[in-house]
Write a protein that binds this ligand. Sequence first.
Ligand SMILES: Nc1ncnc2c1ncn2[C@@H]1O[C@H](COP(=O)(O)OP(=O)(O)OP(=O)(O)O)[C@@H](O)[C@H]1O
Ligand SMILES: [Mg+2]
Length: 285
Amino acid sequence: MSEAAHKTDHDKTGYVRPDLTGAPAVVQIRKLVTHYGTRKILHGIDLDVREGEIMVIMGGSGSGKSTLLNTLLGLLRPTSGAVEILGQELHSITDVERTKLRQKMGVAFQGGALFSSLNVLENIMLPLREHTKLDLNTMRIMARLKMQVVNLSGFENLMPAELSGGMIKRAAFARAIVMDPRILFCDEPSAGLDPVVSSTIDDLILTLRDAMGMSIVVVTHELESAFKIADRICVLDQGKILLVGTVDEVRASTNERIQNLLNRRTENKDLDPEEYLRSLTAAND
Ligand SMILES: Nc1ncnc2c1ncn2[C@@H]1O[C@H](COP(=O)(O)OP(=O)(O)OP(=O)(O)O)[C@@H](O)[C@H]1O
Ligand SMILES: [Mg+2]
């Protein structure tokens, strides 16, 4: 890959992107097909995420982003194909092996998914309580260290209801990284945030990769955010991959559907034919 091909918006701020060509894959997706009932959602996905890479999964509403993410997390069983995470095939290993593997995978869910009855510190400590036998003090120290990383120090005792949208996302990130995962998955990390807060979340994602060497998979609608953080972008459309490439490669694509997505022309106009038929025949209950 040439130097020029690797330049992105973020490079203008002096950020130097690591060269990941040749890095081993931490996630390998092969011929992945997923259905909901009889309806095919993912139509044979092939994708590698490299070690230390920030891979952004982009696509219009209903393109299958969350379905793909849930399959990578082992929450949804594919109909066929393989998902290899850190060398283990997620869906053919035993439950015990999968639980162990999941400890190397952090997840920051879209809405934060914090427990409303626990304060911030207790929420962040949860994975340690669940998966380790560490004493309470050690768990507190580890959780506080991660709170520093996400810039939440001093807010340990607040309840989720007392947090702003940006703070909820930060707490969700702290919980996702408290076990020092090798791979971090984030669903719409900046959705619903104002541009300034959204930009600080992007910076946090870059910091996690640079300072902690994590490989990160981000699902997002936000073009600006995708262009800022992505090493590569995977563009999904109706359950198929249109393109996997650098920010510049995506921008330069002449594919009409990609250009529509970049210019926000897809939504509403672009109904999936099957979905359209179903909407006409659906009962009004
Ligand atoms: N639990 C489910 N049961 C049946 N169909 C589903 C289910 N979840 C999603 N779908 C359908 O699968 C398709 C892909 O959905 P998915 O949630 O993966 O899209 P997405 O790209 O994440 O969209 P969004 O950007 O709106 O979150 C959609 O047509 C959706 O209606
Ligand atoms: Mg989704």
